[in-house]
Design a protein around this ligand. Structure first.
Ligand SMILES: [Zn+2]
Length: 301
């Protein structure tokens, strides 16, 4: 069993902000390669109106394809009940709802206030969804490009509201404002409020602190991480947002520390190659990919 659980969000977070579309067949081959590398949870798309984000127009097809891959938990994002119903119909195993703690970002991203969005997720949770997990992700939890500072109390209040009816709650540094001290403080604060329902850290590497923040979260007891291959990603409605924490570097860090991820680094690099070939024009990041495996390296046993 892995010690940490990594959810690859590249096919959703990575592609939604890309300037080029990844053809559906290439997307499927990439998702299959991610699964072959050992990723047991993949966020394959988002059920938003295709007019808003054309890269997500084939999400239903990506979801139903991904459900044919054995042992993979297929995640989709939904911003409202309509998106949730589409996710259920497509066969998603888990649906994640972004609830922004920043009022301005919330209105730009989902055209609802944070309070209205919490009520929307409550409505979805009340809708029959046998066997499907619901995650409430508190986005812009560490700061916002529009609003600036996001008060911790706002994050705690939203997380506590979501914990009433969601299976799990995540904290997201949507625009890469967090630092390790802040990560420790806020994860601790939210955990003291909602306990084990606090599950994942969704971190962006916008200012290069992605790994440091992931390590801080790990040391606070977090065992679920979202990351994106090649550090691609970003919210199209949050100016300045870019790059999730890089999957390859995150896996390398944990494995080098002796923390099992269940992911094979060679196969992960093969998946990265597929991704780059599918949209070569997009910037791709990652130190592990540049430098390779250090001499004498041993993956976690
Ligand atoms: Zn993100």
């Amino acid at each position: 069993m892995p010690h940490v659980h990594i959810c690859e969000v590249g096919p959703r977070d990575g592609l939604q902000n890309a300037h080029h579309l990844m053809p559906t067949e290439a997307k499927k081959a990439w998702i299959a390669a991610l699964a072959a590398a050992g990723l047991r949870e993949i966020e394959v798309g988002s059920f938003v109106p295709p007019k808003l984000i054309p890269a997500m127009a084939d999400t239903a097809e990506s979801v139903s394809f991904a459900t044919t891959l054995p042992g993979v938990k297929v995640v989709a994002l939904a911003p409202n009940l309509k998106g949730f119903q589409r996710a259920l119909q497509a066969g998603a195993h888990k649906v994640t709802f972004p609830v922004s703690a920043s009022r301005l970002h919330s209105e730009a991203n989902v055209r609802m206030t944070p309070e209205q969005m919490v009520e929307e997720v409550r409505k979805c949770a009340a809708h029959p969804h046998p066997g499907v997990e619901i995650e409430g992700a508190v986005s812009t939890a560490f700061g916002c490009t529009m609003q600036g500072v996001v008060p911790e109390d706002d994050v705690v209040r939203i997380a506590a509201a979501l914990a009433e009816f969601c299976d799990c709650v995540a904290l997201a540094d949507t625009v890469g404002y967090a630092n390790p001290a802040q990560i420790r403080k806020l994860f601790r604060k939210v955990k003291s409020e909602i306990g084990g329902k606090l599950e994942a850290a969704h971190l962006h590497n916008t200012r290069g602190l992605g790994l440091a923040n992931a390590l801080a979260a790990y040391e606070e007891g977090v065992r679920h991480f979202d990351s994106s291959m090649g550090g691609r990603g970003g919210c199209p409605f949050a100016p300045g947002a870019s790059g999730n924490v890089i999957t390859e570097d995150l896996v390398f860090m944990f494995e080098a520390m002796g923390v099992r991820t269940g992911i094979d680094l060679d196969k992960l690099m093969a998946a990265r190659k597929l991704m780059v070939e599918a949209i070569p024009q997009e910037p791709t990041y990652g130190h592990f990919a540049l430098a390779g495996v250090p001499k004498g390296f041993r993956a976690a046993a």
